[in-house]
Design a protein around this ligand. Sequence first.
Ligand code: HEC
Length: 141
Amino acid sequence: MSTTFTKSMARNIFYGGSVFFFLLFIALTVDTTYALPKRDNSQNLTPSVERGKKIWETNNCIGCHTLMGEGAYFAPELGNVYTRRGPEFIKAWIKMQPTGAPGRRQMPQFHLSEAELDDLVAFLKYASEINTSKWPPNIEG
Ligand code: HEC
């Protein structure tokens, strides 16, 4: 038995590997195509959620917070804050800022109306219902 690594062995590994990973790529693409519609929650996209997203963006909440890991790491993750605290807490919290608690990071006062707060809560509720494969693993975000 030859123990040398021949050119044709290298070629076979190259072709075999290429075919294997190409087929794996196709299989995973098909799997994703079937899995995505089951995760779709766009039927929950109400006009209130859309207005809430606009408020979220124009007030630059992402400048301090993360939403599903995206954003700044100054303040807590808010993708699951609706599940964590509920609508009343979120509204009361935003209204009472800044807390002025010594030694704690501060959040500004945004002077949002009751209707704007409801829209913001609708947006955060929508965000909490997105299937993120159980991420973040911890309810505290
Ligand atoms: C300048 C930075 C900053 C901005 C901008 C900001 N926040 Fe915050 N936010 C904070 C900090 C810091 C905390 C945590 C304070 C603490 O725990 O004492 C916080 C906490 C919160 C909480 C409570 C989180 C929890 O787990 O209890 C909510 C809800 C929240 N922010 C919503 C918002 C929304 C909505 C916006 C945009 C309108 C926003 N924040 C913009 C800094 C910010």
